[in-house]
Design a protein around this ligand. Structure first.
Ligand SMILES: [Zn+2]
Length: 250
């Protein structure tokens, strides 16, 4: 069968083969063996490159969970992403995030389409950081981990300008400080102004959505909240996230 796919990474195997990890729209995350791919320009033509959207012809293998990759044809090359270290790191993060939260072999076309949209946005760099934060929150929602920003999950009430507000990865969202019994080193303080701006940005019906400007400190608060949440739900660090922090991309 032919399935539209996004390549995450590939590794050499032996003299001529490659192992490719990719997200297919129809079968979810798969690991494939591309036999003779480093020699056959006809069947592969150098199209199995990370971050590309590719139509891949796959066939099941009897001996393991991997598939055979028989052919690959480039649909979108995203050259800018592949040539720019920061864009590459950001694209890696979105792929690493979804590969960790979507089980292998489980198809999710909505996740696929959103990832493709994110890669397109990165490649054109038409979106600012707030758009990518919103897209990340949408991706987390599709993967079943929607963070809650409008009401405190502990008491169900909203927030006011006089509240001390804490993002708790354990509670899965923003909480009143007084509702959390214990403090935790992974909690993040978030200002009421950030909460108001973020809720507007996330509300598709808001007249302000798409025109929201977030201050540097607000963006930092949201970024730190999402990073803490992602690490909490993965139960470990993400290589791409750690790298972006170390080099100062986020
Ligand atoms: Zn509360």
């Amino acid at each position: 069968m032919t399935t539209r796919s996004i390549i995450m990474k590939k590794m050499d195997r032996g003299e001529a083969d490659e192992i490719v990890i990719f997200l297919s729209r129809d079968k979810g995350w798969l690991t494939g063996v591309a036999k003779n791919s480093r020699k056959s320009r006809v069947r592969f033509g150098g199209h199995l490159e990370p971050f590309c959207v590719v139509d891949i012809v796959i066939r099941s293998r009897r001996k393991d969970n991997m598939v055979w990759i028989d052919e690959a044809h480039m649909v979108k090359g995203f050259l800018r992403i592949r040539e720019n270290m920061e864009l590459l790191a950001r694209a890696s993060y979105f792929l690493e995030l979804s590969s960790g939260l979507l089980p292998e072999g489980q198809a999710d076309p909505e996740v696929f389409d959103l990832l493709e949209k994110i890669l397109e946005g990165l490649d054109k760099s038409t979106s600012g950081s707030i758009e990518f934060l919103v897209l990340e929150i949408r991706l987390l929602a599709l993967l079943g981990y929607q963070p809650v920003f409008d009401n405190c999950p502990m008491c169900g009430k909203g927030f006011s300008a006089s509240n001390d507000i804490i993002f708790s990865p354990w509670a899965g969202g923003l909480c009143h400080k007084t509702c959390l019994k214990e403090s935790s080193s992974i909690n993040v303080s978030v200002s009421p102004a950030t909460v108001v701006a973020l809720c507007h940005a996330l509300n598709p019906d808001s007249r302000l959505a798409g025109r929201i400007k977030l201050s540097r400190s607000a963006q930092t608060e949201i970024r730190r909240s999402l990073s803490a949440l992602v690490r909490y739900i993965r139960g470990k660090d993400l290589k791409s996230l750690k790298f972006m922090e170390e080099v100062g991309y986020i």
